[in-house]
Design a protein around this ligand. Structure first.
Ligand code: PXG
Length: 460
């Protein structure tokens, strides 16, 4: 199927004529032509011209076990033959949803023992938003309607997810944020820390949560939502002082903590979940992406015993046709079995993440690179014309990052740019030899970008 395709130019033309891409300027893409990916294996992609590309983004932060695992295809085929679909709305259930919910309860930390299934990360966060508001209504505190989130956080692009996220570009389109959502500044020391030490800055940024709670009135706040490590925002790792202070504040005011583990879940940080790595105690956890290693769409909201007991006391008027889709659940179960039985999560923590860290941090000596940050298998470098002052480039934010990303793409390395940060999130199964290739291609691309931006007068 993937080898016998139309010529690239024709595919690109058809793509531009009929296929609308997410977060893409369609007219620009039409001029350039999309790169068409046809095959995959392990950490490698093949494009329609036969080029082999190292995918340092694991698709879109999701292909945790790597590409090409027949076991997942077989699990899907078996389930499709036996029971391709049945719903979970009207007092029925099925084996894959039951067994996956049980498994998630086992691997999730604390008492997150209850699972509401969704189709993606965005609609999981929509579920969470309705869920926390309904929880407080059911407890007789309907005035707890406000949810606090962070600028530059990412929680999806639905009305709820896009509102919870703090991406100004998303808010600018379609009437977002919806009412009752409030944002505080992010713990990005590199860009916003000024003269503070990272530790001082971490405390200061966490205390913005307390200020916002007091401004809104503590009795009106339902929840705070955040990613353990901001992914789409640029792999922003909060200073160590940040999360303990956040934890203290949510506890003090009895506010629910929603931890969005869409990227950080399923081994990405070296534990099953990012909140274990960062010692965070959530009331609700958002899962998607790595739950199936991206082989099929699935999202899940994991709830504490207390929240589930309140929600279960009433009919929660919410759900999706595909909540607990049997094929997606069967694939997730097989994915989790592989992560567990092949010791992939353990290997990330003990071996492969430390190796990636050692190599990634060598990039910090590059003239374009300021800080190099890494947690488990997600990492970033901040590009800067001046490491000492953490200066920004003369060009608008993202110009240099885009130049660097284009160089990576040309050098058959998929690395994303977020503004002027370069980020990676490779499959957890990447080998040490492949990490060496990743770093070699990253350095080459940085060198080429450096020459280009000097030639364009952007390095000053
Ligand atoms: N929460 C987090 C933390 C995410 O990273 C979502 C929710 C939404 O999930 P869905 O499945 O609805 O996409 C995400 C998704 C990027 C990029 O460019 C990141 C995501 C999605 C698309 C692009 O970094 N994260």
């Amino acid at each position: 199927m993937s080898d016998n395709h139309l010529p690239t130019a024709e595919l690109q033309m058809l793509d531009a004529a009929h296929h609308m891409h997410p977060f893409t300027n369609g007219d620009e893409l039409e001029k350039k032509g999309a790169r068409i990916i046809t095959k995959s294996s392990g950490v490698w992609l093949t494009d329609s011209e036969g080029e082999e590309i190292l995918d340092a983004m694991a698709g879109l932060w999701c292909v945790n076990i790597g590409y090409g695992r027949d076991e997942l295809a077989d699990a899907a085929a078996r389930q499709m033959k036996q029971l391709p679909f049945y719903n979970t709305f009207f007092q029925t259930s099925h084996v894959p949803a039951i067994m996956l919910a049980k498994k998630l309860a086992e691997i999730a930390p604390g008492d997150l023992n209850h699972v509401f299934f969704n189709g993606s990360g965005s609609d999981s966060n929509d579920t969470n938003l309705r869920m926390v508001r309904h929880y407080w209504e059911a407890k007789g505190e309907p005035e707890r309607f406000n949810v606090i989130s962070r600028w530059n956080g990412y929680h999806g692009s639905t009305m709820g997810g896009g509102s919870l996220g703090g991406m100004k570009g998303i808010h600018a389109q379609g009437g977002l944020p919806i009412p009752g959502i409030h944002h505080i500044d992010q713990p990005d020391w590199w860009s916003e820390g000024g003269d503070m030490t990272p530790e001082e800055f971490g405390i200061a940024r966490a205390q913005l949560l307390e200020e916002k709670i007091l401004e809104l009135g503590p009795e009106t706040v339902a929840a705070f939502i955040a990613e353990p490590v901001q992914g789409a925002g640029g792999v922003i790792v909060a200073p160590d002082s940040y999360w303990p202070e956040i934890q203290r504040i949510v506890k003090k005011y009895g506010i629910l903590l929603i931890v969005d583990e869409v990227i950080t879940g399923f081994g990405r940080t070296g534990n099953w979940f990012g909140c274990e790595t960062l010692d965070i105690q959530p009331d609700i956890m958002t899962c998607a992406k790595g739950i199936t290693s991206g082989y099929i769409p699935l999202g899940a909201s994991l709830l504490s015993d207390e929240i589930a007991s309140v929600i279960n006391g009433d009919e929660f008027a919410h759900g999706y046709t595909y909540s607990g889709h049997p094929v997606a659940c069967a694939v997730a179960l097989e994915n989790i079995r592989i992560l567990e039985e092949e010791g992939i999560v353990d290997r990330v923590g003990s071996e492969i993440a430390p190796y990636l860290k050692e190599k990634w941090e060598t990039l910090a000596d590059h003239p374009l690179v300021g800080e190099a940050k890494i947690v488990g298998m997600m990492a970033s470098v901040a590009l800067t014309p001046n490491k000492e002052t953490r200066a920004k480039f003369a060009a608008s934010a993202g110009t240099v990052g885009y130049i660097c990303r284009e160089r990576c793409f040309k050098n058959n390395l998929i690395m994303r740019h977020v503004g002027d940060r370069m980020v990676i999130s490779p499959p957890l199964t990447i080998t040490k030899e492949e990490i060496d290739i990743l770093i070699e291609r990253a350095r080459l691309s940085l060198d080429e970008a450096f020459e280009q931006i000097k030639a364009e007068g952007l390095y000053e």
